[in-house]
Design a protein around this ligand. Sequence first.
Ligand SMILES: Nc1ncnc2c1ncn2[C@@H]1O[C@H](COP(=O)(O)OP(=O)(O)OP(=O)(O)O)[C@@H](O)[C@H]1O
Ligand SMILES: [Mg+2]
Length: 640
Amino acid sequence: MGKINRLPPDLANQIAAGEVVERPASVVKELVENAIDAGARRLTIHVELGGKKQVRVEDNGEGMAPDDARLAIERHATSKIRRAEDLAAILTLGFRGEALPSIASVSHFVLRTRARGHQSGTEIRVNGGAIAAVVEVGAAEGTVIEVSDLFYNLPARRKFLKADGAESAQVSRIVTQLALAYPEVGFTLTSAARTVLQCPPAVTLRDRLYQLYGERSDLLELRKDAGGLKLTGFVAALAGQGPTRGPQNVFINRRIVKDRTIAHAIIDSYSQASIKERSPEVHLFIEMPPDALDVNVHPTKAEVRFREQSMVHEVVRRAFMETLGRSGAPQLQLRPEHAAAPQPHTAALPGVLAGGTYPNRWMPVDSQPQQGVPRPHQSAPLKGGPTDVGHPASTNVGPSASTDVGPSASTDVGPSASTDVGSSASTDVGHPSSTDVGHRFSGAAPAEIKPMIPLGQFRDTFIIAVDEEGIAIVDQHVAHERVLFERVMERLTTGALESQRLLIPMVLDFAPAAHQALLNRAAELERLGFELEAFGAATIKITAVPALLKSEDSTRALLALAQDLEGLDRGAQVQDALQRIAATTACHAAVKANDPLTYEKMTHILEELRATSYSTVCPHGRPVMLRLTRREIEKNFDRI
Ligand SMILES: Nc1ncnc2c1ncn2[C@@H]1O[C@H](COP(=O)(O)OP(=O)(O)OP(=O)(O)O)[C@@H](O)[C@H]1O
Ligand SMILES: [Mg+2]
């Protein structure tokens, strides 16, 4: 007798269940996906003890006829594909015919279903994979599945389940994700006697987002159509004051996925603008032709494989860059709103004069720019009403104003970054040079960026500026820091930064860890213009500093750098270290709070800011400016 046995079907199913069913949340996912595939418009999900005691999913989908119901719990029985070719064009969430038999093999399982138009329904009971009963029953159209005592027959697996609360949280998370992907389907989730989530069918994603997360005017709407991909979604703004960690929900063809290429593209676009560590809130929906990806690569279908991975990376990254660039500055409100909520992010990104100085009708003609700093009290008198703020410069900002802002700063956009955006994609990616994977975003609607005129300083710390759309209060330090950071990062792509040799080298003492951190990153520091060498166990000799740093700022910059680099993981990428060094250097080279500025300097800062990809936050994530919109002003003066 040979050594090889054919496994009994029950055991084979249990083994398969090991892959498909990890915890109650995976049962919920499989059952809800089946209901959606069956065309359900309403779904009720109930769990007891985090789903460990019971998961019940009830739907009003097409149901199953008696023979189909019997087949549904057999392995490799599916109504969703027939031939191998079908695998290349999957439009349903399921396709393997594995979920129900797997779940039924590790639980007490009851299926009750009635097909549309049928007089009666079918109930099938299965215990640990063995059919216990099949009976004809009265039932509502649709399907109810109850899964009790998950893993009761696999104690080793049951032990791995977490506390009820943790399992419940996983269930809520998965139901929330499914509800986001299917706004048109009504979802109710209850846990014991508690209603966790209740979402009636909605028309748009925005409505569903509101049902799930409440009013979220802080999120930016993302839209992009390129390379055969259609992207929609809502994502955190850069200047968002909220937590740096939020849910990241990514869907491809309405399927929840975890994909490293996409995650990388997202983080990459956020980190171009801010070095703040973050995992931004993202609800991203990607649609692509089903044959552009393989969904059959992961046991729970959580991962996919793209036919053109680098193109996907690039399109996602661009979509985020464009969206973040449009994000605009936080808006001030003069009075709390009672009625309709405002649309905080619809205002254009405030811009500045596109070069040169412009007459400012709020200033007397004889104190025009060349006269030096207009102090706030000089900027009166205010002739005309707030609607009279138009000025001649606005036409100077052509559509190309912000698209060609110099060479790209980042050629290293990560492992999957694309230098071959693919010939098929290049015509669609919406950019003339599709090989330019630099960090400048291309579609930031430059036409929306209006010129802005500095009026003066407030407390020598904030620049007050106006354009047709309102008033901006610009934090001069943060704004200048942003500008210098951009410039430093840009120069780095063409080589090292200009350095200035010190006549008398500086000798500074550092704590051991800081000492080590600086020396470890000596090469990166050198690219930014610092030259340093060890000078004893705790001392470092500095012979050159970046030209843009004033010598009195250098000491503090180096101390800050030591601290910053100490906090950076030793294995961190060179690019990360460079970004940090650039951010810290920019911070120390920038004008400070309490620095009086000349009119030219203010104009210069605003002008440069306008040319940056992201003029709304500094590299450390602080907002650059606050806006008081024309609408807000007019409203408060009862002019609209
Ligand atoms: N709620 C439901 N309403 C109607 N039919 C259903 C329902 N759930 C399952 N079915 C039927 O049972 C079949 C088997 O379901 P099962 O989940 O095991 O496999 P699948 O969905 O085809 O593939 P996968 O294993 O990838 O989920 C489905 O193909 C479908 O025809
Ligand atoms: Mg299924």
